[in-house]
Write a protein that binds this ligand. Sequence first.
Ligand code: OSB
Ligand code: MG
Length: 369
Amino acid sequence: LKVIAARLYRVRMPLVHAFQTSSHRKAYLDHILVELQDESGAIGWGEIASSSDPYYAPETVETCWHIASRYLLPAVIGRRWTHPAELAAGWSKVRGNNFAKAGADTAAWTLWAEVRQLPLATVLGGKRTEVVAGVSLGIEPTIDDLLVQVQQQVDAGYPRVKLKIAPDWDVEPVRAVRSAYPELDLHVDANGIYTADELDRLVKLDDFGLTMIEQPFTPRDLLTHAELQHRIHTPVCLDESIETVADLETALKLEALQILNIKVSRMGGLTAAVAAHDRAQDAGVAVWCGGMHEFGIGRLANVALSSLPGFTLPSDVSASEKYYARDIVQPAVTAVGGVVQVPEGNGLGHPIDREFIAANTVEEFALGP
Ligand code: OSB
Ligand code: MG
């Protein structure tokens, strides 16, 4: 294959319900869509799902735009390749910037799947025909507001609920949700806000039968994660800490995790996400696919990835409608009883709504004709 045209679209979409984590609050999101076209006219799409602010990861929409337009797209144009990993070799000198790379890498994978006339899930090694989705709930103004949110999602059929926690929003909301839903698959995510001094506070969460405690401490602090894991029965899950397969190797050696959240964005694309899945499966670590409030393109890539055999826990691949009134793929991604079908069509498997994308594009960049 040879990419002859590469384009970026910065697309703005309002969220149906503002989302608050331990660090920030969002009412609309800007994601960057990557479109790659090869000589035959086939098209592949990817999504750069960076937050606008550098609070989850160091990248922002602006840094992704800079890296993608200045380094990634120029490395792709005119290069001959037979597998997406070969195309990615063109930007291997670029350190970090995994969200930007993930969008370009996903576009290469979806283009490759289109050319081979196979579903993205199939070319990634996926086996499942449907995947189980969980939902992620932000920090709410009150516990009653949170209970309303949980009830909505349980009514919608989602079998797993994850709660964002922070030092002033942890034991009490968890106790309230647990007593209202004694059997619910419940887990918490701190996005790295706790310090080693607060270890005892987290140990208290061991009493609530949580499926996991996700990323309690700052990303580079693997030792404190290992210490917590040695003090509690609840599995520790790592998210922000794991950006490469080498990070996973270190965390395994330290026994700092029992569960891995694999995000395509954080790992720098589907090639690395599949490699992390394979390594975790080898090590007996359960994985699930995390989300970044993706629009339809990134969401369908997450669904395809979640069809791999090691994804045994519910993934953050809830229906588009949880976040967006209308999606950029048509039909939108839907869930029935918390289950999402893996598309059988080629590539991403849902048509892209170009008109809707154009109507919501706030900036564009193009290389090639
Ligand atoms: O830690 O999983 C996280 C959103 C923004 C930043 C970090 C995270 C999240 C989510 C999104 O939880 C969940 C989803 O996309 O469904
Ligand atoms: Mg997380």
